[in-house]
Design a protein. Sequence first.
Length: 198
Amino acid sequence: MPLQASVTTFIAQSVVLPRIHEFWESNPDIQVSMMPSLEAVDIAALGFDLAIRATVDAPDWSGLNAEFLCESQLVVVAAPDLIRTKSPDLSRMPWIFTRGSDWEERRLRSIGLEPDSLRAIELGSTSYEMSAAIQGLGLTIAPRILVRDDLAANRLREVPAAGLPKLGYYAVTPKGPVRPQARKFIDWLEQIFAERVR
């Protein structure tokens, strides 16, 4: 039976999939099935072995075990061509976020912005949002761990913005014994997440 994991699309695209071949080289007998989802699904009810979840608070997932993977600072990023000065007026810039998203709007308020007064580009998907940011359509907030490669390649630039919290990433499993295949996968996740924050 394949190992079944619930992950967000962006974590899958930016962290797991680029290196999954390394896991298979060491564990050729373990099949991995990933279900991308923007929502936190009930992994126990759906029969999943694990999920990768993130929170700015202490983990509080009832009925689940949570193993820490890493911590990553949330940052404001934009395409270099969109940022013409070292300290742009963020309230006058276009932003990529979903109106009505409590999580996103709280982050914007934490850096002193009022979401209702911002020019918003709404796309409804994290992966689309990052693609739009790279194309220069607006600023967005993202965990540094997920935009690290884009920052290094100068596809995105970090914009100074004080007040954003850090995000903790966790491997979450149902209560009870963890299958050996899942244990190997979690150990591998711990390694690749740790390498991305060095």
